[in-house]
Write a protein that binds this ligand. Sequence first.
Ligand code: CTP
Ligand code: MN
Ligand code: MN
Ligand code: MN
Length: 373
Amino acid sequence: VHAETLEDRCQVAAYACQRRTPLAHKNQLLTEALETVAEEALFRGSEGRGLAFSRAASVLKSFPWTVRSVKDLSSLPGIGEHSRKIIQEVLEDGASAEVENVRQSERYQTMKNFKKIFGVGVKTAGRWYQEGLRTISDLQAHHAKLNSAQQVGLLHYRDLNSPVKRSEAEAIVQVVQKAVDQFLPGASVILTGGFRRGKQTGHDVDLLITHPTEGQEMGLLSKVVSWLDSQGFMLYHSTHRNSFQPLEDEELSVSATTMDRFDRCFSIFCLSSMTEEPGCELKGSGGAHHRKAVRVDLVVTPYSQFSFALLGWTGSKNFERDLRRFSKYEKKMVLNSHTLYHTEKKIFLSAASEEEIFQHLGLDFISPEQRNA
Ligand code: CTP
Ligand code: MN
Ligand code: MN
Ligand code: MN
């Protein structure tokens, strides 16, 4: 055992799942610049470039000090030439000309606004831009171009782009728990995603539903969604049936995709609340009725897969991506939100907790609050 040197302590691990990344970090200006060019690359369909910038930003988020000079970067992995140049410009001039050009560009701004519509991805936003559409009003004038999800998205554009508060997320957990209790007593509703990582606001609410008796959860989602719908809680829902079945090895090794196969529902909730301040809308009524549209993802998981689902749905996206890369390249294992498979031993490794999954992978446990990569 050698004495820890300053250099050792500055060493930053290559995979995000080996690093602790808190929500609040010390290099905001740099990570915002890199994330802007990462987003721009994705808008152009350059996934590789987007990933490279996004990884560089993620590394800086885990760095315990503020980067003052490009010399500080020598101890950091995964920061390429282009990222380095942008960092240098920000450090020396307070801003990067390249990043500022992106921020000012009509294409970037338009794509960003279109992508904020529920149901709109890079491909659709890019096509609309090519067709000459520029504003939300342009889309309203070409309503026929929108599918049903996008039409609901446009209708609730403002609500869906205002941050979801933790209190709102907790109110939705209560509503869903009440629905679940009617059909399957003993089932739990667990808040995951960004809120589990300690975020105080989010773009949506991610909920996992499970029951300690394997198999009891089957068929639960459609009953819950129907009930929520009948009670007026659902403005939109799109349900996908479970298609998970154990795969052959060969198929497995290529199936470490981000999409899992649980019973799941992408929905928009209508959250009602009584405000404390009287007379907002109805004078003298002692309170006003407020409604807000909130994106909610509901996922039902069998108990034996719950730990994998919890790990997979807690994020962040960079953390998840590196967990899968680390598993594949460093451990010859395939990790997804259902299982962990050892490709050489040809066995599935079970886990009753997230901690056990980290142990199987030979990783130190990283708490959800430290997964903000
Ligand atoms: N996820 C997934 N499959 C999807 C969508 C999301 O497995 N089709 C996972 C993502 O990998 C992520 C988690 O669910 O780890 C949460 O995704 P998302 O809600 O998009 O992001 P958050 O981290 O929760 O951020 P925000 O607070 O903005 O919602
Ligand atoms: Mn989320
Ligand atoms: Mn989500
Ligand atoms: Mn319906």
